[in-house]
Design a protein around this ligand. Structure first.
Ligand code: 5AD
Length: 434
């Protein structure tokens, strides 16, 4: 099974933009005319709205044959799940939801009204259904699955919420370059991943030179290389881009400068936001977001978090609930409720209807069934953990991570089963052409 359906390149708009076809659905993708040797009629893989590589026609046609029937079946399931039961719309939210259907943008007060005003199971059900409907309208049944390799849990930061903060006495590990590349190889060759996320604490042993090697070698395997390595000099990000990295994940954590200052000693929100902007300017596909429900944060903060994310114009929203980690200053604080996180997903979908919204492991850890619920409340992308089990357990940013007990085989199987049960197909996450 492959995680991406091959697409046919049907138009080249300019040096950067092309249009691809998936069984009659058209999507824009970014490519580089100078280095990607592609022509109209070629078959390609795309990930994150970016061309990853060309594939041979025979190979593509073979894969497409096996997908064709499944694809149309999946679309039917997705459409059925995305319909809204109009009869149960409560009157107090009708106005706001109508605005969403008319594609009007929501004001901050309206976002807050959805957060504060919707509480009963029936109201929440409608909210999530509308968000799922918008997701379907914007993305069809396209979904994207990226594999994360957590290659080091060394971190120079001391964030109060994080279990691998430098002052926490935990067992540290650092995968060798060869180990990282071996995992990437298995993920790509055996399981068909088309995007690999290289994630670590802020570990300066992995300097520019070592990171460049990992990025270059992973890129050679013909995938989208995502980096999630924390705050580095902008030049490091620029050079990793040159080495072939095309996507970067960096959350701003919270838009509340006071909470930020309290929980992230020696760093500032402004500096982090500046770096996120620079990463975007370099040309990276950007994933950013925040932690929902940090101690002291209110619903207004969550609304501001969503708005700051939108302002940063990312390609992908990444946020999950705060979960306490033993041995940290916040070990006795509570997590937000599952519905707070699902509401955050739904409202993000409304304010940025075309966004890619990730389901995160933190949400799954908070409530086992929440992954499915999130995909039905506006989320459309997944990052799954493919770190070898022995290391994964040590990447304990919070306790009892949902992914910790599964190996790559099970994780992949469960994810595919879940996506298929919801009618989702891995046709990438590029924008639909209007
Ligand atoms: N709960 C939830 N998310 C956390 N992160 C770190 N610690 C926690 C925690 N205790 C998140 C941060 C970081 C990402 C890699 O993990 O948002 O950016």
């Amino acid at each position: 099974m492959c995680y991406a359906i091959p697409a046919k390149l049907i138009a080249i708009k300019d040096n950067r933009t092309a249009v691809v076809d998936y069984f009659g659905e058209h999507r824009n993708i970014l490519f580089d005319a100078a280095t990607d040797n592609v022509q109209i009629g070629d078959y390609v893989y795309a990930q994150g709205g970016i061309l990853v590589r060309k594939i041979l026609q025979d190979e593509a046609e073979e894969i497409l044959k096996s997908w064709r029937e499944v694809f149309f079946e999946l679309k039917k399931t997705d459409a059925a799940l995305a319909s809204i039961d109009q009869s149960s719309l409560p009157t107090n939210v009708l106005g706001v939801l109508q605005k969403i259907n008319l594609r009007k943008s929501l004001k901050k007060e309206e976002m807050l009204a959805l957060f504060d005003g919707l509480t009963t199971p029936n109201e929440l059900k409608v909210l999530y259904e509308v968000a799922n409907n918008v997701r379907q309208r914007e993305h069809g049944n396209a979904s994207c699955v990226h594999g994360i390799i957590e290659f080091s849990n060394y971190c120079r930061n001391d964030c109060h919420y994080c279990g691998i903060r430098c002052s926490h006495d935990v067992q540290r590990y650092r995968m060798t370059i060869d180990e990282i590349l071996a995992v990437a190889h298995t993920a790509i060759d055996k399981y068909g991943f088309k995007a690999i996320v290289l994630q670590s604490g802020e570990d300066l042993w992995y300097d520019e030179q070592r990171l460049t090697t990992v990025v270059k070698e992973t890129k050679k395997m013909g995938v989208l290389v995502f980096v999630s390595i924390g705050e580095r000099e902008p030049e490091v990000y620029a050079n990793l881009y040159k080495a072939g990295a095309r996507a970067a994940l960096m959350r701003f954590e919270t838009s509340n400068a006071e909470i930020f200052a309290k929980l992230r000693p020696h760093t500032t929100l402004d500096k982090r936001v500046d770096l996120i902007k620079k990463i975007k300017e370099i040309g990276y596909v950007l994933a950013t977001g925040f932690i929902v429900g940090l101690p002291g944060a209110t619903n207004i903060d969550v609304v501001n978090d969503i708005l700051l994310t939108r302002y940063l114009a990312p390609d992908m929203y990444s946020f999950g609930p705060f979960l306490p980690a033993r041995g940290t200053p916040l070990e006795n604080n509570l997590s937000p409720s599952k519905d707070t996180v699902l509401k955050t997903i739904a409202i993000s979908r409304f304010v940025d209807s075309n966004a890619n919204i990730l389901v995160t492991t933190a949400l799954e850890t908070l409530a086992a069934a929440a992954k499915r619920e999130a995909l039905l409340a506006g989320a459309n992308s997944m990052m799954i953990n493919i770190t070898p089990n022995a290391y994964k357990k040590m990447y304990a940013i919070y306790d009892n991570r949902a992914c910790d007990t599964q190996d790559m085989d099970n994780t992949v199987k469960d994810t595919v089963d879940l996506l298929f049960s919801l009618g989702r197909a891995p046709t990438d996450i590029g924008m639909t052409v209007n």
